[in-house]
Design a protein around this ligand. Structure first.
Ligand code: SF4
Length: 382
């Protein structure tokens, strides 16, 4: 059974569920319109908002860093964690973008992905094939086989049994971990608060159990206010077909308590240090690009993938992982450049279903058409 079967099952499960969520909670569609306006404002003034977010993050006792590219982000994180530590990763696609897990292992750490999909990806060595569900290409049968082969644990080819096996295996990694690293769904420029949505509870563990929490995220995740950050969380989870999300985590600096004489001290039960790394890696350049700026509106709901005939036909391998599918072709251009994105763009059939499905109403076919045109010019010059 190949990738196509796993993706077919996922599409059949996700699409009707998302449609019914959007029918039942029509206010989400209204929030999406407001959110687009707020994100446009940030993209037009990205340097200003990066600076504002960094100042707000520092003001709440966390440390803020700006990383120009993957090398710089890896170096910053490497300096914080050192070697010989246990590190748990919540799902971070920006981490995949810069090869973070492989890097942390290479400098001498024990590293575990804790999101079930990413955990399966770590065991197989596959590349993520969906922005929300990285192991979307994996059938339940293959997942069970991989757990048996790599961990020596017998498990039935059943989603619930697979989840319970991962839960038992990862439980003590959370408590042993010296560092927890996550991405972010939104960063509020006015308060420095980071919002993370999830369903598994692994991000809650990762952000609270280890003494140090590191956030690695793209500067495109900055929104003007905490109010907009909550909007983003609601819109993203609804369009991902997971509404309401089981957990929304808000991290605004290290843990504190004010229970003795209302004097606020840190740390309390949670981390004593929080580090937030804001990654550029092509995003600032894209914000000034009359074609690619629109890609920065993407809130990573993963809906366009499910509605795209090319993504389905190519078994989730369309684009440069972790940026695959319609959003992935645009993001391949943002992060890895036109040379890499061009061959993927050339496969687009312009069905237009991605634009209809997108909560941010990004004109994805037009952006991909523009990437094709730029790539054609590049090829002609060779
Ligand atoms: S391009 Fe639109 S539909 Fe696709 S992941 Fe981004 S926000 Fe969601």
């Amino acid at each position: 059974m190949g990738y196509d079967e796993a993706i077919r099952r996922a599409v059949e499960a996700n699409v009707p569920r998302t449609m019914s969520i959007l029918d039942k909670y029509p206010y989400v569609t209204e929030l999406a319109k407001e959110l687009r306006k707020a994100k446009e404002e940030v993209i037009r003034n990205l340097e200003y908002y990066v600076d504002k977010a960094m100042k707000s993050i520092q003001a709440i006792g966390a440390k803020a860093y700006f990383a120009r590219d993957g090398d710089e982000a890896r170096r910053i994180i490497g300096n914080i964690v050192g070697k010989g530590n246990v590190i748990v990763l919540g799902k971070t696609m920006v981490g995949s973008e810069i090869g973070l897990r492989e890097y942390l292992i290479s400098i001498g750490n024990e590293v575990w992905e804790t999101d079930l999909g990413e955990f399966l990806i770590q065991l197989t060595g596959d590349k993520p094939t969906h922005i929300v569900a990285p192991a979307l290409h994996m059938t339940r049968e293959r997942a069970a086989r991989v757990i048996k082969e790599k961990l020596g644990i017998d498990v039935k080819a059943d989603p619930s049994e697979i989840a319970q096996t991962a839960r038992r295996f990862l439980r003590d990694k959370f408590f042993k971990a010296n560092f927890g690293i996550t991405g972010a769904n939104a960063v509020a420029a006015d308060t420095g608060a980071v919002l993370l949505i999830e369903n598994e509870g692994n991000i809650r563990f990762t952000t609270v159990s280890p003494p140090v929490h590191i956030v690695l995220t793209g500067i495109d995740k900055i929104v003007p206010t905490l109010h907009h950050a909550f909007m983003e969380v609601m819109v993203q989870s609804a369009y991902a077909g997971l509404y309401p999300p089981t957990y929304v985590n808000l991290v605004a600096g290290p843990s504190t308590t004010a229970d003795v004489e209302q004097t606020r001290v840190s740390p309390s039960h949670g981390p004593r240090e929080v580090h937030v790394i804001l990654l550029d890696n092509g995003r600032l350049r894209a914000s000034k690009d009359d074609l690619l700026w629109e890609a920065l509106l993407c809130i990573r709901c993963g809906r366009c993938h499910f509605h795209c005939p090319v993504y389905r036909a190519l078994d989730g391998s369309w684009g440069e992982s972790p940026y695959v599918g319609p959003m992935g072709v645009m993001w391949t251009a943002v992060v890895y450049g036109i040379e890499k994105a061009g061959p993927h763009a050339m496969l687009c059939m312009h069905a237009g279903t991605c634009r209809e499905a997108c909560p941010m109403k990004i004109n994805i076919p037009e952006v991909i058409q523009g990437i094709k045109a730029r790539y054609t010019k590049l090829v002609a010059k060779r």
